[in-house]
Every structure is written in structure tokens, then in C-alpha cells.
Design a protein. Structure first.
Length: 314
């Protein structure tokens, strides 16, 4: 399978793709507007916030769904572009792999949060059961949070980003299907590269900074601006919500270890950070899930179109 899904970056085409068909214009103009809606990246921290990633993957899902509709259109000029559809089926495999890797990393983070919830329950005054060992047990739960591994996706972030690179940009008189699949493959790589880089603690930043498309495309300027903005915000090793949770937990552990005052304030800070991280992870999970299923929708549409072509019904 690796021989089928190995992708390579190609030089920008010397000639712009053909604009003779208007079939993809609504999709491409909508893509430009949606990309611009992602800027500027909100927040004051150096990292990329999880809600921004959620918005980005939802925009990707919308673009994937629109591409599936176009691929299914039997009235497209030139009929079915079998080569473009076959190439897209290959290109979609690493994207699905990236989605699965993101799901796994989010699951690891959610598992870590269980330890924090145990600690907070033990430290919450409203649920004090008179256990003299509650503080010690809470510190043990915090130690479990601190020692549980995460960010394993960082080991494969670079490879996932490389594999998602689209084939050579269309040249000359490109079909509507090829224009649409190139656009959605480029967007898929940009968005999922951002997801795996953020979840991986900044791994893959260099490759993400190299993701660019030719200025001949209607959506190219917005695309390149988003790519540059994300790359510039990957100075932080953690998403802002996770960074806040880590800092709050360190303060709480210090209060417990040093037996200093301010336990209630430290507990409240961890509660707020935990809730924000939970909401961010839940939203990102839903967004990636939507993009995954939308990508499967294109695959089904492509397979149906190829089957019609083989039956002579294109």
C-alpha cells in the first residue's frame, strides 16, 4: 500500500490551470472566503487554540462535501475524469490515517483528564467525605496526570504531513474534477497538518511552513496566508488550553507539596482549565469526525462515478 500512497511535492506549474469551465468556481470562491474567515488566529498565547482547529476542520468538511457533490454530477463538461478520481482515491488514504492518528491522540489526552477529575473530586470542599488521606490521594492522582504519556502523534507528524501532499497541480486544460480534487487535497493537507502538529507539540512545524500553492489559484492567497499564520503560531509546544491546564496543575501540586495557603484558588484554576480543555477536545473530535465522514463521502462518489464509467453510463 505504501507504493500507492507515497506523495511528493511538485514545482508550481509554469502555466495556470485552464479556466474554461465555470463548474468549480462556486467551490473555489467559497473556499477562498472560508479560508479568510480563519484569520486572524484568535488568542494571545503563542499556540494555536483548539477551537480554531475545530473551525478549520469543519471548513474542510464543508469543502469535502461540496467536492463530493461535484464528483457525482453527471453533467460536468468532459464527463468523468477517471485519472483524477483514481488519483484522489490514493491521495485520500493518508488523510484518513491522519484523522485516525488525531483521534488516538485526543483519546490519550482525555484519558489523562480522568486523573485530574479524580484529584478535583477529592479536593472539592462540597464533596468532603472526611477522608484524612484525601490530600495524599489527590496528589497521587496529579502525579498520574504528570506521568501519563501523550503527544505520541508527534513521532509521526512529519511523515503524515508528507504523505498528504497532493499530486502535481493541474496543468493546462484541467477537468473540473481535477481542479476540485486538487483544491480539497491541498486543504486537507493544510488542516490536518495543523491538527497533528498542534496535538504533537509542534512537531511537523517545518513541513507545515513549507505548504504553499501557486498564486494562480483563486483561493491561493488566502490558503498561503493561513499556512503562514499557523506555522508562525507553532512556537508553543502545546495547545493553549493544554498549556493552561499544565500550568494550573503545577501550581496546585506546589500548594499541596509545600502545604501553603491558597488551595481553594488553585483547585478552582484547575477546574476552569480542565473544563476549557475538555470543551476544546470534544469540539475537535466532532470536527475531525465530520471531516473523516465527508472524505468517505467523496470516496463513495468517486467509486460510483468510476463504476458508471465502466458500465458506459458516464
Amino acid at each position: 500500500m505504501s507504493s500507492l500512497i507515497r506523495r511528493h511535492e511538485s514545482p508550481f506549474p509554469s502555466k495556470p490551470p485552464s479556466l474554461k469551465t465555470s463548474a468549480t468556481r462556486p467551490l473555489e470562491e467559497a473556499l477562498a472566503l472560508r479560508l479568510r474567515s480563519l484569520l486572524p488566529i484568535p488568542g494571545n498565547s503563542a499556540g494555536v487554540p483548539l477551537p480554531w482547529l475545530d473551525r478549520a476542520v469543519r471548513i474542510l468538511a464543508l469543502t469535502l462535501a461540496a467536492t463530493a457533490v461535484l464528483v457525482s454530477d453527471r453533467s460536468l463538461p468532459g464527463g468523468v475524469d477517471s485519472d483524477a478520481l483514481t488519483a484522489h482515491l490514493d491521495a485520500g488514504v493518508p488523510f484518513l490515517d491522519a484523522c485516525n492518528a488525531a483521534f488516538a491522540e485526543i483519546a490519550r489526552l482525555e484519558h489523562r483528564l480522568l486523573s485530574l477529575r479524580v484529584a478535583l473530586r477529592l479536593l472539592h470542599p462540597d464533596e468532603d467525605d472526611g477522608d484524612e488521606n484525601a490530600l495524599r490521594r489527590a496528589r497521587r492522582a496529579i502525579a498520574e496526570w504528570e506521568s501519563t504519556p501523550s503527544r505520541e502523534i508527534g513521532r509521526s507528524a512529519g511523515e503524515l504531513t508528507r504523505r498528504m501532499a497532493p499530486d502535481e497541480p493541474p496543468r493546462g486544460s484541467a477537468s473540473a474534477v481535477r481542479r476540485a480534487t486538487y483544491a480539497v487535497e491541498s486543504l486537507s493537507r493544510l488542516v490536518m497538518a495543523a491538527v497533528v502538529a498542534v496535538l504533537g507539540g509542534g512537531e511537523g512545524k517545518v513541513l507545515l511552513g513549507e505548504i504553499r500553492v501557486s498564486g494562480e489559484w483563486p483561493w491561493a492567497e488566502a490558503f498561503n496566508e493561513v499556512a503562514a499564520a499557523v506555522s508562525g503560531r507553532l512556537r508553543a509546544a502545546l495547545p493553549g488550553e493544554l498549556e493552561a491546564a499544565e500550568a494550573a496543575v503545577r501550581r496546585l501540586a506546589g500548594v499541596i507539596d509545600d502545604e501553603t495557603e491558597g488551595l481553594g484558588t488553585a483547585v478552582e484554576a484547575v477546574e476552569i482549565a480542565t473544563e476549557e480543555l475538555t470543551v476544546g477536545l470534544d469540539g475537535l473530535t466532532d470536527g475531525v469526525n465530520g471531516a473523516f465522514h465527508a472524505a468517505m463521502g467523496i470516496r463513495n462518489a468517486a467509486l460510483n462515478s468510476l463504476r458508471r464509467r465502466l458500465r458506459g453510463c458516464s
